[in-house]
Design a protein around this ligand. Structure first.
Ligand code: PRX
Length: 660
């Protein structure tokens, strides 16, 4: 499936592309621009992406634009090309926008000082941090784990890794010590970077203590812990291993040569949940990720010079990687980073920030919109939100009510909403409206970006043609930021994404294509649930619950939740009769918090004496999902069950659905 290489030299590319594209403006401004770009991207993907990639500084041009094989899988974009992504995020902007704010940091405490880093400041801070990592013996290819609050030093150190070719693995700081230890060990990280504490909302979180607990779990690979003094409260110290950020970084030279990276060298690992086993480390590489995050950022947010862009995600998730750090900085944007939570000190915090910093593009998750909607529109009114030009949504399906509230109350009924569909594995946004360019429709992610070739297939893997149809969402052709592998286990990558439907990337989502060809994402079709926009594997939660000494077996399913999108419903079989159910439930929540973190705590725990199983011993989750959702439409065919009588028992004991 190798597509023939296109010869290119930086600056003067010889593309098999028609004249129009040679002068293609990367910013799509009209429907005609979109149609043309989309058509070109399908007819001549190599020419299309080569043209866009030529915008960047390459230390050496690529030998081939694309080589791909979705069977192995083996995907290479701009192979042989040499670059460093940080030169394109930072150095390249110094001459033209050195004094422009690159990162604008809004602290948790609204009265604390806002921090601004110009592109020049950021460049020097990244170089200093890169030099300090080098001084610790960190080399190209070494893995560095992050467990940090949303402070500018997180973005700085991530870029410092990229500067010297180290691979960053950012772990969301809400995960437990056990979960952190698993991730540190899986990637054999040499250094962990953390803070002393984290103030998030009214919570004071002992970040370093969690790292200490994690590293006590056989993390022998870790040589050093670099600790940022953030709140200044006292911490335990392991001499020799632990080092203060200010001691290591502050005195370093403020320039640092950028490591020469191959386009296909690893840039980062990010762990995400699947339907089976432990979370897997999704691997992204340098060149393709750079081109796609920049291009998608520019177009989905229609970013223009001097705009202030605010994405509320945490850098612990892919949204933060691609659309707080890399995409915006590659585009020379001002990216606002927020340390806190939407409800602290009041539910108007987002709108205070938008008003205070005159935010132009605002990107958040439906769960936050629903939570704020439930608190009443009085928290929004009274703010000057007239600076807003684009509103974004990401992470889960946005229901019509939330979409309308967002549009009417935040967007004054006029600001376009981009419902962006993508995944950790896709690296960037694949399906989304382009504001004021392509149509928007509530609940619909609408159209693929140029270069993206989605299709719907049936369960036998046959493509479903035409419109007004529903199926499993796959991608027929690679795009530059598609995952390359899962760290240390390529076979897992193959079986999870590329083996289900031959010759295609399978997303795990079901989707509908309406009469006009617009896509609506229905949700996961596997055993992954989406709780407040966080992706959680039901098997992971079950494994955690099963760590409780009295639990014999458990089954976890998702059910509709008015705020979280999906809630976690756990059916649990115990060894002994439970005398104090409330105390038992508390223990289960504790064990899940310890194994994974509070985000995976079940909302409902039902004690049962058995689970509906097929003769081959498989749990029939379809039935459990129906009961958890209080769906009264009948249980369907239960004749293949080994123990059909259990269904009525479980139904009789079902817990009331969550009201709020
Ligand atoms: O089910 C889809 C849902 O989130 C999943 C990906 O989760 P994660 O890798 O954590 O990345 C989230 C941020 C990109 C998808 O398989 N999802 C994401 N965006 C949307 C969505 N579901 C519906 N609409 C969306 N806009």
């Amino acid at each position: 499936m190798d597509s023939s290489p296109v010869k290119s030299t930086f600056g003067k590319a010889e593309y098999r592309v028609q004249d129009k594209l040679k002068t293609m403006n990367p910013l799509i401004q009209t429907r005609a621009d979109y149609d043309l770009a989309y058509q070109k991207s399908v007819e001549d993907p190599e020419g299309f992406w080569a043209e866009l990639a030529s915008t960047f500084e390459w230390k050496k041009p690529w030998d081939s634009v694309l080589k791909w094989d979705f069977i192995k899988p083996d995907i290479q974009w701009f192979a042989g090309g040499k670059l460093n992504i940080t030169e394109n995020c930072l150095d390249r902007h110094l001459a033209t926008r050195g004094d422009q704010t690159a990162i604008l940091w809004e602290p948790n405490d609204p009265n604390a000082e806002v921090r601004r880093y110009t592109y020049r400041d950021l460049y020097h801070e990244v170089c200093k941090t890169a030099n300090s990592l080098k001084a610790l013996g960190v080399k190209k290819g070494d893995r560095i784990c992050f467990y940090m609050p949303m402070v500018p030093e997180l973005a700085i150190a991530v870029l410092a890794c990229a500067r010297i070719g180290a691979v960053h693995s950012v772990v969301f700081a809400g995960f437990s010590a056990n979960a952190l230890a698993d991730r540190v060990k899986d990637a054999a990280c040499k250094v962990v970077i953390c803070s002393d504490y984290n103030d998030r909302g009214s919570k004071h979180i002992p970040v370093k203590e969690v790292v200490d607990q994690a590293l006590a779990m056989d993390c022998d690979c870790v040589e050093h812990v670099l600790v940022l003094k953030h709140t200044g409260d006292p911490v335990q110290w392991t001499e020799g291993r632990d080092l203060w950020w200010h001691d290591q970084v502050d005195h370093q030279p403020d320039t640092c040569p950028a490591e020469v990276m191959d386009s296909e060298d690893m840039l980062f690992i990010l762990y995400t949940s699947g339907s089976t086993g432990k979370p897997k480390g999704v691997v992204h590489t340098c060149g393709g990720y750079m081109v796609f995050t920049w291009y998608s950022f520019l177009n989905v947010f229609q970013y223009q010079d001097n705009d202030v862009y605010f994405c509320t995600a945490d850098i612990g998730w892919i949204t933060g990687h691609s659309y707080i750090v890399y995409g915006p900085l590659l585009a020379g944007a001002t990216t606002l980073m927020f340390e806190g939570v939407p409800t602290y000190p009041t539910p108007s915090r987002f709108w205070d920030i938008v008003d205070k910093h005159k935010v132009n593009q605002f990107y958040t998750a439906p769960t936050a919109i629903r939570a704020l909607m439930a608190m009443g529109e009085e928290w929004v009114t009274g703010h000057d939100l007239s600076s807003l030009k684009v509103l974004g949504s990401v992470g889960e399906p946005i229901n019509e009510e939330a979409w309308k509230w967002y549009h009417d109350h935040v967007g004054r009924g006029t600001v376009p909403i981009v419902d962006t569909w993508w995944q950790t594995e896709t690296g960037g946004i694949l399906i989304s409206p382009l504001p004021n360019v392509t149509p928007m429709k509530p609940c619909y992610a609408t159209l693929p970006l140029p270069g993206i070739q989605p299709c719907l297939v049936n369960s036998s893997g046959e493509e479903i043609e035409g419109n007004d149809v529903e199926g499993l969402l796959c991608m027929k052709f690679p795009w530059p930021s598609i995952l390359r592998t899962t760290y240390g286990d390529h076979e897992r990558c193959r079986t999870t994404y590329f083996s289900m439907y031959k010759g295609m990337y399978f997303t795990g989502d079901g989707a509908r294509r309406d009469a006009d060809g617009l896509y609506r994402i229905i949700g996961r079709v596997d055993d992954v649930i989406n709780v407040s926009g966080h992706r959680i594997g039901t098997a992971e939660v079950e494994n955690a619950i099963n760590c409780h000494p009295d639990v014999v077996e458990s089954a976890v399913v998702g059910y509709p939740h008015p705020i979280k999108g999906q809630g976690i419903y756990a059916y649990v079989i115990t060894q002994h009769e439970v005398k104090d159910e409330a105390a038992f439930r508390k223990e289960v929540l504790q064990v899940v918090t310890k194994e994974i973190g509070p985000i995976a705590k079940p909302d409902q725990i039902q004690l049962v004496t058995g689970l509906p199983k097929t003769r081959s011993g498989k749990i029939m989750r379809r039935i459990l999902r129906k009961i958890a959702s209080a769906d009264t439409s009948g249980m369907g065919d239960t004749s293949t069950l080994l123990n059909p009588e259990i269904v009525d028992e479980i139904k009789a004991g079902a817990l009331a659905p969550t009201k709020s």
